[in-house]
Design a protein around this ligand. Structure first.
Ligand SMILES: C[S@@+](CC[C@H](N)C(=O)[O-])C[C@H]1O[C@@H](n2cnc3c(N)ncnc32)[C@H](O)[C@@H]1O
Length: 282
């Protein structure tokens, strides 16, 4: 029984970072005409109504997307994110916040594909209905790692995998590296973007150390912590571990982080953009 519902958290500061990075990767893939595939492992419901009881109950979006929606920052990766959210809210007011599948589908071209796995019955039903008429999109009610076995590699060489578990269960941390290895064996040319929470700094660092020990080449770490680290006080920050990032991503995120810090963080918040490992020699 899955208890996590993204509808309580949509548009929060963690979604802002995740979706900025997701969009930056997809826009980079779009620089070439060749088709690509986006594979979304933990897709959620696809889109979330701001006025829903869930979003209003936590109000997390108020410290996330709501702080950016009226900003023009002149930072490309932030402005393209804000512009997309505005485009999906044509009435000129924030009514709906898109999840990762809706973001991907909005950016795909005719020749590109999106494949989604999600386990929550309600959310996967919503997702399947949302994309029922979109032939570019495949949605499966399937465990994320099962989805790697069943759906990777996709038909295209180019693409990205967004890995976004809720980390409610210890196994979400434990199973990540073996699952990633399996996916990379099947589809080595993709960019992998793994979201992780910062709730307990020691937990986060030991999670990331595994990837270092595994000597996975070309890993970029991006982190936005809106409050100082404080174990036992909920999620104070979140990060993205990006494997095979577009070569422009580190530079673009280094420009974006100070602006995100100003807009989203307490004065004691902190950010990080760090290349963890180099590209494998060719
Ligand atoms: C953080 S949410 C995803 C949010 C979405 N990626 C977005 O950015 O809009 C995590 C989702 O993973 C789903 N989930 C949990 N365990 C799963 C599993 N083993 N396989 C696939 N989906 C799972 C949950 O139901 C939840 O909807």
């Amino acid at each position: 029984m899955l208890s996590y519902r993204h509808s309580y958290h949509a548009g929060n500061f963690a979604d802002v970072l995740k979706h900025i990075v997701q969009i930056a990767i997809i826009e980079y893939l779009k620089k070439k005409d060749k088709p690509f595939t986006v594979h979304d492992t933990h897709s959620g419901a696809g889109s979330y109504l701001i006025n829903s009881d869930h979003m209003q109950k936590t109000g997390e979006y108020r410290d996330g997307i709501a702080r950016l929606i009226d900003q023009r920052t002149e930072i490309g990766v932030i402005d393209q994110y804000v512009n997309l959210i505005k485009q999906l809210n044509p009435v000129g007011k924030l009514m709906e916040y898109p999840g990762s599948p809706q973001i991907a589908a909005s950016l795909l071209r005719e020749q590109d594909r999106l494949q989604c796995t999600e386990l929550h019955t309600t959310d996967v039903d919503l997702l399947q209905k949302r994309f029922a008429k979109d032939k570019r999109v495949r949605v499966e009610k399937m465990d994320a790692w099962q989805g790697f076995k069943a759906m990777l590699p996709p038909e295209h060489r180019r693409g990205m995998v967004l890995i976004d578990p809720s980390y409610e269960l210890e196994k979400d941390y434990r199973e990540m590296l073996p699952a990633l290895r399996m996916a990379m064996e099947r589809w080595s040319t993709a960019t992998y973007a793994i979201w992780y929470p910062v709730m307990d700094r020691n937990r986060t660092e030991s999670f990331l150390r595994q990837f270092m020990k595994a000597e996975i080449p070309n890993m970029l770490r991006l982190e936005l912590c809106v409050r100082p680290d404080a174990s036992g006080r909920g999620m104070t920050g979140s990060g993205m571990l990006v494997i095979n990032p577009p070569y422009t991503l580190a530079q673009h995120m280094a420009q974006a982080m100070p602006v995100l810090k100003k807009l989203l963080c307490d004065p004691e918040g902190h950010t990080l953009v760090r290349q963890l490992t180099d590209e494998a020699p060719t």
